[in-house]
Ligand binder design. Sequence first.
Ligand SMILES: [Zn+2]
Length: 442
Amino acid sequence: MRNSFPTLLLGLLLPFFISAQTTPRIFCGNELFTEMVETQYPDLAESINRTFDKAKILQAGPRTTLTIPVVVHVVWNLPEENLTDELIEAQIQVLNDDFNRMNADTGNLRSMFEWVAGSADIKFELVATERINTSTLFNIDILSGNLIPEVKHTLQGGSDGWNTENYLNIWVCNIQPLKIGPIVVGQILGFAFPPADLDNWPAGSNAPNADEDGVVIDYRVFGPDNPNPVEIPGGTSNLVVKGRTPTHEVAHYLGLRHIWGDGGTFGPNDCMQSDGVNDTPFADSESAFDCDITKNTCTGIDSFYGLDMPDLVENYMDYASEDCMNMFTKGQVEIMRNVVMGPRSGLLEMVAVDDVEPFAPLMTLQPNPASESVLVWMETSITTASALTLTDLFGRVLLHKMIPAGTISAELPLQDVPGGLYFVHLENNQFRQISKLIVNRN
Ligand SMILES: [Zn+2]
């Protein structure tokens, strides 16, 4: 179990800063952000650990496919940042392939690891693509802990997320080079917030909050065959991009950590830091965007395998070349599924408007058209707790509440809803009904 989050920012950054002066690095922002935010909110590490522990012990129950609705926000300035629909759809396909071990390169996994490779049975469904043309530059600031929340807010030059409890929001933008003062120290390719039990955060904080939950990806590493190159610092070659930075970041969002446990990132390398997953062998450091199958940074008998195992460079949670990574382990898969069914179960509640199907009339809306409020009447009282949701034509959630078993009518306030056509969804694990509602403002 990983249990040590450094708390001194300066101590953290110093070795990083020194090494960075010779060679800027590229990396995933999750290496930095937990420590950055932790300096401001010391309870975060404990909160994430608690959620992680819960995810490990949740019982999975019978296996069903878990479907996650995805909204992609393309927040672009230069034309090349405005990625095509085809590239976005191809990226969703990569997620579906990688998470379900349907990727074409599974055969590249060394045979000693084949028996631990897992399929998550998680499906990603693209619900909508939002495009925002912006003039804002998205600069991550290590010292102040700024994690470009502006990309997630329309009023700040970004794009408002859809209800983050019910949708996986992925913001794609040009993440500016990472600097400390005037010195470029690297390039963050993406970052994501793991699920956390955040009730104990200070009110009014400018730290990540519910509407900033989700994944941020640099536009150059979104989608396979992305036409925008990323140079490997200090070298002459470009990163191989096959859409696996989003695979890595979405896995963070679903609770996974780096396989080296982040132990060697800032301080001395060590083999004590674990990612909390038994079937990922210990490693003391990350891969260098290469494919070094001789890498074995922690020698000795691995207690899970009963052998001295090399580093699992094929894992999506390392920094190997995207050509080399091709698997999650069964242990990682169980954590992600438990997170979807546990702290992120809101993702399973929503459906796309396209999925509207005819149902027997179980509910009626009175009045309709409505202006101040609408009463939702059930033909008979519902027998199980249900979600009542008001969405617009694009599937955006305007109102959402849970109503308990036994309810026969429920009210939705409409004072803040602009005039127009909407959908009222009544859903539970047994049925779903959707009715049209007109809000009249004349
Ligand atoms: Zn990462």
